[in-house]
Design a protein around this ligand. Structure first.
Ligand SMILES: [Zn+2]
Ligand SMILES: [Zn+2]
Length: 260
């Protein structure tokens, strides 16, 4: 039988283990498989499962080309962009917002498992390895959260991604370029038109002189219909921004991903 102090010690140890498990999980956060404990959150298989989005994709919005069509050249523009062009000049995403990337994003967005960011950092470095000169001369800016959301969540995931993108591409980061002036409804079940209406007028620039004449790489976590980044890009362009490129970690592609 354990003595009283012994019980206290073992319950303290159990508690400590739980905290440790949360900070550095013992199993892969996506499939529960084995991982190298200490600095990884995903197993090698799950990591390999995050398919990077590479050419061919729409030159403007970055949607992967449907390979069942014979897409001709590198700068093809998809039907959506031809019919209803976005305000940003170009958008790219790291990977499909399918189960693994979705689980990973959710772990830091909703479960505040900040250590997962290490995995994100690794993925971003790997993604930009092929194109380390991407967006040279641009300033990196995150799509801001509304103050209430920020208060509720305690951190801003787009800012954290933007910080890592800036570090990886060796670009300046400007966290306070935009502010969110409108608390918007959750967009999960909305169509592209409904989302555009919902987000209209949601952003303002803080200091126009930070925007004017700058080429900007706008960062968000997930690109679903592009309504949010489009509205942010519109606001930046109205305030004199030069080129506005968009980069997101995840990309929802019909038939390939799941909505938020
Ligand atoms: Zn796994
Ligand atoms: Zn397109």
């Amino acid at each position: 039988m354990q003595t009283r102090p012994g019980k206290i010690v073992s319950s303290v140890l159990r508690g400590f283990r739980r905290i440790l498990d949360f900070v550095f999980p013992q199993n892969c956060i996506a499939c529960d498989g084995e991982i190298q404990v200490g600095k990884h959150f995903l197993c090698a298989d799950c990591k390999a499962d995050i398919g990077f989005i590479r050419q061919p994709f729409c030159f403007q919005c970055g949607v992967p080309a449907d390979l069942s069509y014979a897409y001709p050249h590198e700068e093809f523009v998809c039907g959506v962009c031809r019919k209803n062009p976005y305000q940003f000049d170009q958008a790219r995403s790291l990977g499909f917002y399918d189960t693994v990337l979705r689980t990973t994003i959710h772990h830091f967005k909703y479960r505040r498992q900040m250590g997962v960011l290490l995995e994100m950092d690794y993925l971003l470095e790997k993604y930009f390895e092929e194109d380390s000169g991407y967006c040279q001369g641009f300033t990196v800016a995150p799509v801001p959260l509304h103050f209430n959301k920020m208060k509720e969540r305690g951190f801003d995931q787009a800012f954290l991604i933007a910080r890592q993108v800036a570090k990886t591409l060796k670009l300046p980061l400007e966290g306070g370029m935009l502010r969110r002036v409108k608390a918007t409804e959750p967009q999960a079940t909305m169509t592209r038109t409904e989302r555009a209406r919902n987000i209209k007028g949601a952003f303002e620039v803080n200091r126009p002189e930070l925007v004017s004449g700058k080429n900007i790489l706008l960062i968000d976590d997930v690109f679903t219909t592009g309504a949010t980044v489009n509205e942010a890009a519109k606001t930046l362009k109205k305030n004199g921004a030069g080129k506005v490129y968009v980069f997101t970690l995840g990309r929802v592609v019909v038939g390939k991903g799941v909505g938020l």
